[in-house]
Every structure is written in structure tokens, then in C-alpha cells.
Design a protein around this ligand. Structure first.
Ligand code: PLP
Length: 338
């Protein structure tokens, strides 16, 4: 087991760029807790991480772009689903650091110049929609594009798994170190941290809490069905442990990740998610996103309704951002109003 200072020292040694507002706040949500008759809920505001509407990827990009810059990159290549929060935060980070940014977005029903896509254009990224499905084929496409850019004399760095997921785990071990300190300041010792993740965010939460010997346990809701997700989350956590030279080993039993709140498919809104989004907006003035955090909040609300917590328990909800995507779902959200 490590102390917080020891963990932070190890994290400081990993190449990084200064692009976000850290530490992000950890704030109480008393009206949400009271309305639900549930535990004391605190929200860790990664949506306030400072860059182009924030989100969990700012912390991750601190290390992925940090790695690229340490290798001499002048160009970042990324690509994912069209409304990717990760791509939007990458484009904004490149603006801030004076790097070129190439985004190749999978053409899909949300390939509209709204939400994240609008921000990709506004931040000056080179954006193209491609008829390549999001997944391994798009990853290969990105690597191929980087080869072409190299031939043109650029020095590209590709944001791609598994490296990017391992560095995300480093980032969220750091987030846990922040929470550790903030809990001491607030005089709380939470039992659970809920989040939306099927990758590096959860890996880092698990690694961080385990290496510091905290009672805090991560509970993650997947936003997408992902075959082999437990292996992916475990391997990223253990790769991050190797990067940070930690003795901590993450096992399958450390990983709780449910598919129960995905709904029809990735990117499709659920009635429970929309209800959760409205409840948090109307009790705390905090805006969740339609694809990730609203579904994770629906899970927490269900667990409260099932009676899993007492009013003395403390639960942290990690708000991973994603709010610009709201503006790509006007019809679906309008239907649910007022
Ligand atoms: C808003 C938001 N929340 C959660 C996630 C899930 O993160 P991961 O599965 O990479 O840990 C993402 C990923 O894109 C996201 O954009």
C-alpha cells in the first residue's frame, strides 16, 4: 500500500501537459440526496476540467498528448464515433498547445454539425467523416493516416488503445488521489463511487483505490456492449500499475461493470436516463449528458430505490462530462419536456 504523496510522486514522473483545471471540485448534492431519500451524494466534477466544456478525457489527454509531446509530436491523430467527447477534447487540447489535430469520425446518424462536431470545427481541427465503422477498422485507419502524414513531413502521435486506455488509468488513479485529499478536507469517507465507463476511467479508479487501501469501491455502468470488457479494464489497470511502478495487482474480482443501463444500444437515450438527467438538473442545477452520465445516474437511482444504502452512507458520483452531446439530440430530448 502507498500513501497519497507516494502515489502522486509516481504520477508526476509520467510525461504530461498542463491542459486542465485540476483538482476538479468534489461537491455535495443535498437536494438530490433529499429528493431520493438516499445516501449523502457527492459529485466529482470532471465536467469542470476546464477545456472546451470539460470531461473525463481532459485528464486522460494530459498523459496521452503528454506522451506525444515528449516524443516530439507536432500533430495528433484521433477518431471515433461522430459525437465523440474524446475527439472534441483532443481538438481543444491541440488548440491550447499549438498542435495540429486530425479527426476522422465514423459517419453515423449523429454526424451533424452540432454538439461535439460543432466544437471540433470551431477549435480548428481537420475533420472528415469516413465510412469506416467505429472500432478496430477505424483504429487501423488512424494508424494508416499517421503514416501518410509522416511521409508529408509531420510528426504525428495517434491516440489509440491499448496505450491510451492505460494512460487513462494513470489519469484516474490521480483523480482518486484528489478524492482522497478532498474527502479528508470534507470529513467524509465514501463507500462507493459510481461512474460511466468501460475502460480507462474505471481501471484508474480501481487501481487508485486499491493502491491507497481505501474503502471506496468503484461501480461502473457501461455505455456500450464491449466484448471482453473485464480483461480490457483489468489489463489497463495493470499496465498503469507498471507505468507507475506500483506493486498493486488488479484482478477480475475488483471490477464491477454492468451492461444493464445501456438500453437499445450505444448512443440511444433511455427513459430512465432522461428522467435522471432532468432530476439532477432540477435539484442541483447540474447538467448530465445523454449517452454516459445520465445512464450511470439512472443506475445509482435504481440502487437507492432498491434500498442498498442508508441515509448515513456516502456515495460519490463521478460526472465524466459529455454535455455538448445534448445538442445533437434535440428531438429525443424535446419529446420528454416539460
Ligand atoms: C462523457 C463520458 N463519460 C464516460 C466515458 C467512458 O470513459 P471510458 O470508458 O473510456 O472510461 C466517456 C468516453 O468517451 C465519455 O465521453
Amino acid at each position: 500500500m502507498l500513501t497519497r504523496q507516494e502515489l502522486l510522486q509516481r504520477i508526476t514522473r509520467v510525461p504530461q501537459v498542463n491542459i486542465g483545471h485540476f483538482p476538479t471540485p468534489l461537491e455535495a448534492c443535498p437536494r438530490l440526496s433529499e429528493t431520493l431519500g438516499g445516501p449523502q451524494i457527492f459529485m466529482k466534477r470532471e465536467d469542470c476540467s476546464g477545456l472546451a466544456f470539460g470531461g473525463n478525457k481532459v485528464r486522460q489527454l494530459t498523459f496521452t498528448i503528454g506522451e506525444g509531446v515528449s516524443q516530439g509530436a507536432d500533430t495528433i491523430v484521433h477518431g471515433a464515433a461522430s459525437q465523440s467527447n474524446h475527439c472534441r477534447q483532443t481538438a481543444a487540447a491541440c488548440s491550447k498547445l499549438g498542435l495540429k489535430c486530425y479527426l476522422r469520425l465514423a459517419r453515423d446518424p449523429k454526424s451533424v454539425v452540432q454538439g461535439n462536431v460543432l466544437l471540433d470545427y470551431l477549435t480548428g481541427a481537420d475533420v472528415e467523416f469516413v465510412d469506416v465503422p467505429f472500432g478496430p477498422k477505424l483504429e487501423a485507419f488512424k494508424i494508416n493516416l499517421a503514416e501518410k502524414l509522416k511521409a508529408d513531413g509531420l510528426k504525428p502521435y495517434v491516440v489509440t488503445s491499448p496505450r491510451s486506455t492505460a494512460l487513462a488509468a494513470v489519469a484516474f488513479a490521480w483523480c482518486i488521489a484528489e478524492i482522497h485529499e478532498q474527502q479528508t478536507e470534507l470529513g467524509i469517507d465514501a463507500d462507493w463511487i459510481y461512474t460511466s465507463s468501460v475502460g480507462g476511467t474505471q481501471s484508474g479508479l480501481v487501481l487508485g483505490t486499491k493502491s491507497l487501501g481505501m474503502k471506496l469501491k468503484p461501480y461502473a455502468c457501461a455505455p456500450i456492449h464491449w466484448e471482453g470488457k473485464i480483461n480490457r479494464i483489468r489489463d489497463a489497470a495493470n499496465s498503469a500499475a507498471a507505468i507507475l511502478q506500483l506493486d498493486t495487482m488488479v484482478n477480475d474480482e475488483d471490477i464491477i461493470n454492468t451492461d444493464d443501463y445501456i438500453g437499445e444500444a450505444y448512443g440511444h437515450l433511455t427513459p430512465e436516463g432522461i428522467a435522471a438527467l432532468k432530476l439532477v438538473a432540477r435539484t442541483e442545477g447540474i447538467i448530465l449528458d445523454p449517452v454516459y452520465t445520465s445512464k450511470a445516474m439512472a443506475c445509482l437511482i435504481d440502487h437507492i430505490k432498491e434500498g442498498r444504502f442508508s441515509t448515513d452512507d456516502v456515495v460519490i458520483f463521478l460526472h465524466t462530462g459529455g454535455t455538448p452531446a445534448l445538442f445533437a439530440y434535440p428531438e429525443e430530448l424535446n419529446e420528454s419536456l416539460p
